[in-house]
Design a binder for this molecule. Structure first.
Ligand SMILES: Nc1ncnc2c1ncn2[C@@H]1O[C@H](COP(=O)(O)OP(=O)(O)O)[C@@H](O)[C@H]1O
Ligand SMILES: [Mg+2]
Length: 181
């Protein structure tokens, strides 16, 4: 399904279905025009799924917020609830050992690490906050740039163009080609 409708629509579908079933109101703030590699979309989708399940199972919150944005070359997804918050032991374990205290966070971390990303858990004044940050790797940007630019990559850059980073080595580009479609 992700393949066909993309992450933005899939996230909306997931959030709407979750809200219906759980009666937890969830707001979703996400760009409509996200173009992400398939593996990254799948990772974000699974993390959102697990995170929402956690909100339902553990938080006691009647509302949650999901925000997805691209910031400084990374995709950042946050899930926040207004429930009882993460137990201190869970936060502590998460910080110190890196070892998961439950299957869920462990699985999430593994997936995200595979994409050179990070998973953060925070305890705001009320509730819990989960944040996933995954850098949009150079080769992904490169794929997007080269598909939209008429001139070959690495030719004289226009004044001050930040696209000059496109002249860096393109190892791995071939495996991301489908991203640029
Ligand atoms: N949104 C949340 N609010 C409060 N506690 C949470 C939340 N999400 C997770 N937790 C706590 O973190 C623990 C670990 O979560 P997780 O790794 O997903 O394992 P599991 O859900 O299988 O218990 C949970 O058992 C719960 O105590
Ligand atoms: Mg869980």
């Amino acid at each position: 399904m992700l393949d066909e409708i993309g992450f933005s629509a899939a996230a909306k579908w997931l959030v709407d279905g979750f809200s219906d079933r759980s009666k937890i109101a969830v707001s979703l703030d996400i760009p409509t025009d996200l173009k992400l590699p398939r593996e990254l979309e799948l990772t974000l989708f699974r993390v959102l799924q697990e995170g929402l399940t956690n909100v339902h199972r553990h938080s006691g919150s009647n509302r949650a917020e999901v925000v997805v944005a691209v910031k400084s070359g990374a995709i950042v997804m946050t899930l926040r609830d207004y429930g009882k918050g993460m137990p201190e032991t869970v936060l502590q374990n998460f910080k110190t050992s890196g070892a998961p205290s439950g299957v869920g966070f462990g699985g999430m971390r593994g997936r995200i690490a595979d994409m050179d990303g990070t998973l953060d858990l925070e305890s705001p004044e009320q509730g819990a906050l989960l944040r996933v940050t995954v850098p949009l790797a150079k080769n992904i940007l490169l794929a997007a740039v080269s598909s939209s630019a008429p001139s070959p990559v690495g030719t004289q850059s226009r004044s001050g163009s930040e696209q000059s980073s496109a002249s860096s080595p393109s190892s791995g580009l071939h495996s991301r080609d489908e991203v640029a479609q």
